[in-house]
Design a protein around this ligand. Structure first.
Ligand SMILES: NC(=O)c1ccc[n+]([C@@H]2O[C@H](COP(=O)([O-])OP(=O)(O)OC[C@H]3O[C@@H](n4cnc5c(N)ncnc54)[C@H](OP(=O)(O)O)[C@@H]3O)[C@@H](O)[C@H]2O)c1
Length: 293
């Protein structure tokens, strides 16, 4: 029997490359949908000009959507915000239109983000809670709604991803650079709650969802720690000092602008739904996850 064929839009990125390796190890036949094909299994598309060769997609069984301009890069000017939204919502809308013309497609899974619930309070959020009203929450709402246009045709899942811990990419690499100079410190109050997941667990979670054909939204956090505990654990794991006072919120806002909310605003979320579906996280404490980074 032929291996199941998976197409990963945005498969060239940080999560996509790791997910590709894991799915290949598990016997899937994986291709990447990219604007800059470099490898044999890369397929060209351009969601802005709506270019794609449909004949290359006729055998695909599973579509994974990891597309999006990096939220953490560049100041959030009006233009940058539009790029962040369009690169997710417009590309997802285009993907769903294409998906309808893919005869064998039986499953669609899309990255989403944990910042969808708005401002942190004492409440521990579950997936059925409302979206928040800030920029990121509304972006995520439009992004998830765009992927749900396929939900009447095939099972559709959205993984609400928190900060992803990995040794060679993502936000942790930037945090480690600062910590390495002895400059690790809490950000803002340090009390804000940071949901996180190790990259290996995230890739296992995508594979689990594909195997089980999970439907709906899932919080994808393995752990929840305060920003202070997080920054301290990183310093400890690197055997670097952690004695500086917290970096004041106003300074972060001055340097980062509105984007400072990524580090200054936390959120409490439950991962009960994905665990009840049968998924087990391998790294549920920062110390075990950071040992692998
Ligand atoms: N990493 C995290 O901590 C995290 C947390 C929460 C949510 N997420 C979400 O998970 C997804 C994958 O994250 P990642 O960290 O792997 O991202 P990444 O490394 O930045 O990769 C994203 C991929 O999307 C494609 N892309 C970027 N801008 C695009 C545009 N304007 N039009 C079309 N394609 C574009 C690129 O592929 P090509 O250049 O090959 O076309 C790129 O490789 C993103 O949607 C992200 O928002 C990530």
């Amino acid at each position: 029997m032929d291996n199941k064929k998976v197409l990963i839009a945005g498969g060239s990125g940080f999560i996509g490359q790791k997910l590709t390796s894991l799915l290949i190890d598990r016997g899937y036949d994986v291709s990447t949908l990219t604007r800059k094909p470099k490898h044999r299994k890369d397929i060209f598309w351009n969601p802005i000009t709506r270019e794609i060769n449909l004949s290359q997609l006729s055998e695909i069984d599973v579509l994974v959507n990891l597309v999006g301009e990096n939220i953490g890069l560049g100041r959030w000017t009006k233009k940058r915000k539009k790029e962040l939204v369009d690169s997710r919502v417009d590309s997802t809308t285009f993907l769903c239109e294409i998906a309808e013309k893919m005869p064998k497609l039986s499953y669609f899974i899309c990255a989403s983000a944990i910042n969808c619930y708005g401002k942190e309070s004492d409440k521990i959020h579950i997936e059925s809670d409302d979206f928040g009203s800030n920029f990121l929450s509304q972006l995520i709402k439009s992004w998830e709604n765009a992927s749900d246009t396929l939900a009447s045709k095939i099972p559709v899942a959205k993984l609400r991803i928190p900060i992803v811990l990995s040794e060679n990419d993502g936000a942790l690499v930037r945090i480690k650079k600062i910590t390495n100079f002895g400059l690790g410190a809490p950000l803002g109050s340090g009390k804000q709650t940071m949901p996180w997941i190790h990259i290996a667990d995230l890739c296992r979670l995508f594979a689990f969802a594909i195997d089980k054909k999970l439907v709906g939204s899932y919080n994808a956090n393995a752990g929840l720690d305060s920003n202070k505990d997080f920054m301290k654990s990183v310093a400890l794991s690197m055997k670097r000092p952690f004695f500086l006072p917290a970096v004041p919120s106003f300074l972060l806002k001055l340097f980062l602008g509105e984007q400072a909310c990524i580090v200054l605003e936390g959120i409490k979320v439950s991962n009960e739904k994905i665990r009840a579906a049968g998924f087990t996280f391998q790294d549920t404490t920062l110390s075990s996850a950071l040992k692998k980074t």
